[in-house]
Design a protein around this ligand. Structure first.
Ligand code: C2E
Ligand code: CA
Ligand code: CA
Ligand code: CA
Length: 279
């Protein structure tokens, strides 16, 4: 217990959440992690709720420390977001995800987009649009095969410049999705400001839906709202056949979750694609 107290003191008195690590130190750690291939991406399939047809993959970051410990993205992404490391991590993620998706196109799957989580802090970078377009050019990925998942909490404090960046990305043909919909503060205001093509319902609602009438009502209302605005709607965290049946009854478009598949490694994606193409 004593050790914990000491660790906590360090965590609050030093850099981005880690004892004794300054922001510059964390940028270096992320750079090393990239060089040593401690960072990787896994890809979780998404499918049409009604037909089960594959509609894309979400890229999720993984960090395996040299001793084998997995550092969860819920830990290292917020740490990176506290300083400049998010720009390095974000650019690596975009480039790696786009390179993977360009490989799927070359392997004969032209219509399988990759969704990449974009941190709000990346929108503060005035060079973001050019970076993204540069990565598309470099990897040869068509703009329509890239989706960016934006969290609405992130948009709350958003400056006009950030909105302008999103308009430019959308104008270039990149598709925008509002992630974790319903968990933030500004959902409806954000919808009017940002040119998104789909809403993603957070797993907390999806997983409560079968047991809890309020959660079910929220899922139905979000589907209705999305469709009234001519937007698509994706449900995440779908684990059971019952949840899938509810989503089908509610006319939700796309699902993602362990019911369909856990996030897959690059090899796992190849196997998944090969199996799917037979269906
Ligand atoms: P998210 O964007 O809401 O991603 C969905 C999370 O739910 C992922 O956790 C995914 O592995 C998990 N998940 C998927 N299906 C199921 C299911 O059926 N049941 C349950 N219980 N969980 C499921 P993960 O990979 O640990 O990522 C956590 C969060 O970290 C993500 O939440 C996202 O906000 C963030 N994140 C992950 N990778 C990146 C990244 O490359 N960049 C940024 N900015 N954020 C990332
Ligand atoms: Ca996401
Ligand atoms: Ca999220
Ligand atoms: Ca979520």
């Amino acid at each position: 217990e004593r050790e914990l107290t000491v660790a906590n003191t360090h965590a609050t008195s030093h850099g981005p959440g880690a004892p004794g690590i300054s922001d510059a130190g964390f940028v270096e750690r992320v750079r090393d992690a990239i060089d040593r291939q401690e960072l990787s991406l896994v890809f979780q399939p998404q499918a049409d709720v009604a037909t089960n047809r594959l509609t894309g993959f979400e890229a999720l970051s993984r960090w395996r420390l040299s001793d084998g410990t997995m550092l969860p993205p819920d830990v290292f992404v917020p740490m990176a977001e506290q300083g400049e490391a998010i720009h390095l991590l974000g650019e690596w993620t975009l480039r790696t995800a786009c390179a993977a998706a360009a490989g799927w196109v070359r392997a004969g799957y032209p219509d399988i987009p990759v969704s990449v989580n974009l941190s709000a802090r990346q929108l503060d970078d005035p060079g973001l649009v050019l970076k993204v377009l540069g990565i598309l050019a470099e990897t040869g990925l068509p703009a329509a095969n890239l989706k960016l998942e934006l969290t609405e909490t992130s948009m709350f404090s958003q400056a006009a410049e950030a909105r302008e960046a999103l308009v430019q990305l959308r104008g270039a043909g990149i598709r925008l999705v509002l992630d974790d919909f319903g968990t933030g503060w500004s959902s409806l205001a954000t919808l009017r400001r940002v040119p998104v093509e789909a809403l993603k319902i957070d797993k907390q609602f999806v997983q409560a839906m079968v047991e809890d009438r309020d959660a079910a009502a929220i899922v139905q209302a979000v589907v209705a709202l999305a469709h009234a605005l001519d937007l698509g709607v994706v449900a995440e965290g779908v684990e059971t056949p019952e949840q899938r049946l509810y989503l089908q009854a509610y006319r939700c478009d796309v699902l993602q979750g362990y019911w369909l598949s856990r996030p897959l490694t690059t090899d796992g994606v190849s196997d998944f694609l090969a199996k799917r193409s037979v269906i």
